[in-house]
Design a protein around this ligand. Structure first.
Ligand code: 5GP
Ligand code: ZN
Length: 134
């Protein structure tokens, strides 16, 4: 755990989050500035910054969870598809230096322009309950 890292603090339960999936290695929760309804983040509990310093075995585990959580979100929300986004470095738009995969549900013709907006917290709490994956 890196003590100035907000996602390490979320993984440790020191900062609240709307969790939808958790196991020994990985945590998934709703983004508080979603680009679409159900926008979620999947992170390893162990800190690494991005793709290049994350061990291959962890990347393999992460992608497996991304696949399962994305399939669950798309199905539960009746979405038509999803984008998986993973930013590396400031120039690429990475604002949190703890590796994370975005799951962004899409609907046909939604015209999404990848702009995020602060979510209503009560709505996010309800959505997290709906999307909880055992
Ligand atoms: P990046 O631009 O680094 O790929 O994405 C970071 C994401 O983390 C952004 O979409 C942002 O909304 C989200 N984020 C930042 N701080 C928090 C937080 O405290 N809780 C949650 N749930 N998401 C956060
Ligand atoms: Zn971290």
């Amino acid at each position: 755990m890196k003590n100035d890292c907000i996602f390490c603090a979320i993984a440790a339960g020191e900062i609240p989050s709307f969790k939808i999936y958790e196991d020994d290695l990985v945590l998934a929760y709703l983004d508080i500035n979603p680009m679409s309804e159900g926008h979620a983040l999947v992170i390893p509990k162990a800190h690494s910054q991005g793709l290049f310093d994350t061990p291959d075995e962890m990347l393999a585990a992460l992608v497996q969870r991304v696949k399962a959580v994305a399939a669950h979100i798309v199905k539960t929300l009746g979405a038509d598809g999803c984008n998986i986004l993973q930013n590396n470095g400031e120039a690429a738009g990475q604002t949190v230096r703890h590796i994370h995969f975005h799951i962004i549900p899409r609907r046909a013709g939604d015209g999404l322009s990848f702009v995020s907006r602060k979510a209503d917290m009560a709505a996010l709490e309800k959505l997290a309950a709906k999307l909880k994956l055992a």
